[in-house]
Design a protein around this ligand. Structure first.
Ligand code: PLP
Length: 224
């Protein structure tokens, strides 16, 4: 059933991607934050390699349970400073949620000490919601450049945003468009992480090349 979900989502992504550009490649991060290790293993066996978690402790537990599998872990949640060491020990493939210079500096300190490098995306609060972390669009460029200059052990690869929390398509689209516009102005930005279960096709239409999909992927029963 998970394999079928994955196939259905890939088909929908494929359609959206080709409508945007035949040259666009879109990667899926399977958001497994509400799932146990068995569900992750089942989806891995269906071919999925990148998984996203939003709590460091959960990531540690699942990584330990799935040690034998070469899973590519993405961290997509709010990172507390006191969890930095635990996260870095897992050598995550990508941190989607770098949301401030302050966090970048705290990470840099640890990374330098450990002679380690971390790939990260700057999180943009494109919809300007108080409930969300992220840099305001107007200060994003300055923050992006400042982190590049002052944090040599962080490799900034692009941007992440969460679509506006509303049923209004127009507003969700706006938050994706703002982020895409910014993305196009930044040096070495190759990853644009936008789109979740409810809005991934819209995100791809706006230029996303990495979608973070949880509930739809792990849904019981067909959804198409
Ligand atoms: C939970 C979560 C997702 C996945 O959301 P779904 O609606 O379940 O697809 C994506 N991104 C972030 C940052 C999340 O916290």
């Amino acid at each position: 059933m998970l394999a079928q979900n994955l196939q259905d989502i890939i088909a929908r992504i494929e359609k959206a991607r080709i409508a945007y550009s035949r040259h666009q490649i879109v990667r899926i991060v399977a958001v497994s934050k509400t799932q146990n290790a068995d569900a992750i293993r089942a989806l891995y066996e269906a071919g999925q390699r990148a998984f996203g978690e939003n709590r460091v402790q959960d990531l540690c537990d699942k990584d330990a349970a799935l040690e034998a599998l070469p899973i590519e872990w993405h961290f997509i949640g709010t990172l507390q400073t006191n969890k930095i060491n635990a996260l870095l020990a897992l050598r995550p493939s990508l941190l989607h949620s770098l949301h401030s210079q302050q966090l970048a500096h705290a990470l840099q300190k640890r990374l330098e000490k450990q002679g380690q490098n971390l790939r990260a995306l700057l999180q943009i609060n494109a919809a300007r919601e108080d409930s969300k972390h992220g840099v305001a669009p107007e200060s994003a460029s300055e923050t992006y450049h400042a982190i590049r200059e002052t944090c040599p052990n962080i490799t900034l690869c692009g941007l992440m945003t969460i679509g506006a929390h509303t049923d209004e398509q127009r507003k969700i689209q706006q938050s994706f468009e703002i982020t895409k516009k910014l993305f196009d102005t930044l040096p070495d930005a190759s990853i644009l992480s936008m789109g979740m279960s409810d809005d991934f096709e819209l995100a791809i239409a706006c230029g996303s090349n990495m979608v973070r999909i949880g509930s739809l992927l792990f849904a019981k029963g067909r959804f198409l």
